[in-house]
Design a protein. Structure first.
Length: 165
């Protein structure tokens, strides 16, 4: 089946980050499924914190400390601003009186938008402006920085309709 959408060709150096992006998009899908299944906010927020602490935050740190370091330009600044906005959204879940499924939906939407920006604009830009040896070193550091392995083993699969009832 030809969808007419060409897959994005990514340099080997950035594949680890692109794979992690896939799992974060899946995280957003799970949140949306939980909302669709009328799962209680109190069941989904612990998952948000789990995924933030174990996957998103370490991913953001790797990007900022390893990938963004050699290129301080407007696209990198935009990505950093998006990281900060997403972190503030996650932190807002700690405020009990402002919790709502709209916040969860907003988090999923902001993560999707951010990942699409990085994959479609920022990564191609960096692949173009960084030298091959810089990209190779970045890839080496990213692969050596196995600070976290993308493994979503969260016990409460609230996104499954059967488990939400």
């Amino acid at each position: 089946m030809n969808t007419g959408i060409k897959p994005i060709k990514r340099t080997e150096s950035l594949l680890k980050l692109s794979r992690e992006h896939h799992f974060t998009l899946l995280f957003g899908w799970k949140i949306r499924q939980g909302i669709k299944n009328n799962t209680g906010f109190e069941r989904m927020v612990p998952y948000v914190h789990y995924f933030w602490n174990n996957h998103i935050l370490p991913h953001f740190m790797e990007e900022e400390e390893i990938l963004f370091a050699p290129a301080d330009d407007p696209l990198v600044m935009k990505a950093k601003q998006q990281h900060k906005a997403i972190q503030q959204l996650v932190e807002s879940f700690a405020v009990q009186d402002s919790q709502s499924t709209d916040q969860l939906r907003q988090l999923a939407d902001e993560l999707d938008k951010h990942i699409r920006f990085e994959e479609r604009e920022l990564f191609p830009h960096l692949e173009k402006i960084l030298k091959a040896d810089q990209l190779a070193l970045i890839g080496k550091k990213l692969n050596a920085s196995a600070s976290h392995e993308v493994k979503d083993d969260y016990a409460d699969a609230f996104w499954n309709l059967k488990s939400s009832l």
